[in-house]
Ligand binder design. Sequence first.
Ligand SMILES: [Zn+2]
Length: 181
Amino acid sequence: MVSSEQSAGLIASDGGAREADESDLPRAWQVLEQVMDPEVPVVSVVDLGIIREISWVDGHLRVAITPTYSGCPATELIESEIAKALERAGFRAPRLERRLAPAWTTDWISAQGRERLRAFGIAPPAGSTSKRSLLGEKDAICCPHCGSHDTEVVSQFGSTACKALYRCRACLEPFDYFKCI
Ligand SMILES: [Zn+2]
């Protein structure tokens, strides 16, 4: 869906005029803010909260990434987009590390990320980490189109396994809900 070319133009690259060093760590964050989630192209990997740490080790940038939903097929794609974006911005051979613990939670999605999800027509995860949803308690999911809480689940699986399909009883529009984990 979303191509890396789209974000490429936004990355301020110095064209490899000089090699990146430790002082470029803040720039590495800026680069990653332009790398979008392939499944939700309005939300960056930084918004998603999957970038846990960026450090400088032995002359290379090291990026610790915690995948969202385990087994989400997008993970490898996201990692390759991250590596490509960093290399284009002058970070040679960045080292990507998967950090599986603690597990990613929807709580790590930034406020900006939630706002972008809503603007894109996807209801952001409700409330804080709710293992509540696992216990079967119902969260009132807010319709991203009209704001009504009068919504119902249509299917536990929306456009991707990470989302559920809902319908708003007020405006009758269907929408994806980013599942809470
Ligand atoms: Zn609605």
